[in-house]
Design a protein around this ligand. Structure first.
Ligand SMILES: Nc1ncnc2c1ncn2[C@@H]1O[C@H](COP(=O)(O)OP(=O)(O)OP(=O)(O)O)[C@@H](O)[C@H]1O
Ligand SMILES: [Mg+2]
Length: 367
């Protein structure tokens, strides 16, 4: 069992930078948790505090219910894989992987068994005699992971381990790490600023910004129920469309009015939106929830808007339309059979069940 609990963990560096502010999160046993956020949001700092490499300013970190604030890194039973792999250049792959165990005075036979087992799992058995400089980026990455595996730690910490790899290798290593997680039944905390990595690998995503946790949830929750504008805009590509809007009551319904159109809220959203009548909000809708009317299932006048096509981007399996409506420019991801042409009018249909509404002032989600 290996559960990690962060309770109001704060890190203030000597130069007064508040890198992490009151972070509270539980990483369950065998869970794959991804810390996600833009550069400088405090991901590495959080990881280093869990590892014990960085002192915490206030708060508590527990491993398996035991407070480890003052426990030395080597006694935490945690293995960290660094962004730059930090392999010893003068040692072979075998020696790199064996080194940590040697320091801990493991018997030779046990070291040999563990290194070979890890090499087998990672598919690097034939590389054991090479030096790091004789390896490709992906192979080096595997050695770095192997060095962590041989220790059989309670918790694995990964700091952007794929960021040095090319796009194709990244996709491959992504699924390999996921398989490894299942095989080792390990607790993993994984840091990345890449939302696709987070979505595809995580059981649970922790979204951070400016040292503050914005939301904790499954990839599904984070994508479909973002708690604020930052999370909504950070996850998803192309990004969610945001428009200034006002909520109005009209003709027995509740409507969302922007500079370019007026669409009717679905019944399920009415009770919440009633409290926002005549108030300023931000209307959000993802590109895939906007359809070309020609290919929409149930177009109604109250969920159809008219816009002018600025750019058509055919991607093969889908087509992106950049459309101007009023003062707003939005992106729709539509059926590739669309007849849309630059500069022409187009009717777009919104799936009103999937919309998001945010408080303009607090940026928090209302729907
Ligand atoms: N040793 C340090 N001394 C002072 N400030 C630091 C130190 N290390 C990091 N910081 C600051 O703390 C904040 C968080 O840094 P951190 O490295 O945790 O971010 P990150 O989310 O890992 O970013 P990146 O994606 O760029 O790696 C940043 O503002 C950074 O400049
Ligand atoms: Mg970092």
């Amino acid at each position: 069992m290996a559960q990690v609990d962060l309770e109001k963990v704060t890190k203030v560096y000597e130069n007064k930078v508040v890198a992490v502010k009151e972070a509270t999160v539980t990483i369950n046993d065998k869970e794959f948790v991804v810390l996600l956020g833009p550069s400088g949001c405090g991901k590495t700092t959080t990881l280093r505090m869990i590892a014990g490499l960085e002192e915490i300013t206030s708060g508590t970190i527990k491993i398996d219910g035991k407070v480890v604030n003052d426990v030395e890194p080597k006694d935490r039973d945690i293995a960290m894989v660094f962004q730059n792999y930090a392999l010893y250049p003068h040692m072979t792959v075998y020696e790199n992987m064996a080194f940590g165990l040697k320091l801990r005075k493991f018997p030779k036979a046990e070291i040999d068994k563990r290194v070979k087992e890890a090499a087998r799992i990672l598919g690097i058995e034939e590389l054991l005699d090479r030096k790091p400089r004789q390896l490709s980026g992906g192979q080096r990455q595997r050695v770095a992971v192997g060095r962590a595996i041989v220790r059989n730690p309670k918790v694995f910490l990964f700091d952007e381990p794929l960021s040095n790899l090319d796009a194709k290798l990244r996709v491959q290593m992504r699924s390999e790490l996921k398989k490894l997680h299942h095989r080792l039944e390990a607790t993993i905390v994984y840091v990345t600023h890449d939302q696709v990595e987070a979505m595809t690998m995580a059981d649970k995503i922790v979204v951070m910004k400016d040292g503050v946790i914005q939301q904790i949830g499954s990839p599904y929750e984070i994508y479909n129920k973002p708690s604020n504008i930052f999370v909504a805009g950070f996850i998803g590509s192309p990004a969610m469309n945001f428009m200034d809007a006002t909520i109005i009551a009209e003709r027995g319904g509740i409507w969302i009015k922007t500079s370019g159109f007026k669409v009717k809220a679905v019944k399920e959203h009415e009770a919440i939106l009633e409290k926002w009548i005549e108030k300023q909000v931000i209307f959000g809708i993802r590109p895939e929830n906007i359809f070309d009317k020609l290919f929409a299932l149930a177009p109604q006048p109250e969920n159809t808007i008219e816009g002018i096509v600025d750019v058509v981007e055919p991607l093969g399996s889908e087509t992106l339309l950049h459309v101007t409506t009023g003062d707003d420019s939005i992106v729709a991801r539509v059926d590739p059979r669309t007849k849309a042409k630059d500069g022409e009018k187009i009717d777009l249909v919104f799936d009103m069940n999937t919309i998001h509404i945010f408080d303009k002032e607090t940026q928090q989600a209302i729907i």
